[in-house]
Design a protein around this ligand. Structure first.
Ligand SMILES: [Zn+2]
Length: 62
């Protein structure tokens, strides 16, 4: 089964992520390549940091 990054459209082949310009055939599973996965996690971290700074203090647990 082919795994394609749904972000940058690269395809995993033999453990490597390469640009696939040709049409994919067969079953395709969409995932994130390491590059896009890291970028997405970094984005989430930044978003959480912004929210943490902008939000009111959380209710303290007693
Ligand atoms: Zn990607």
């Amino acid at each position: 089964m082919t795994v394609q990054c749904c972000q940058c459209k690269k395809v995993r082949t033999n453990g490597q992520w390469i640009d696939a310009s040709e049409a994919l055939t067969g079953r395709v599973s969409h995932s994130y390549c390491p590059t896009c996965s890291d970028a997405m996690l970094a984005e989430i971290d930044q978003q959480r940091a912004r929210e943490a700074m902008g939000s009111r203090p959380a209710i303290e647990a007693t």
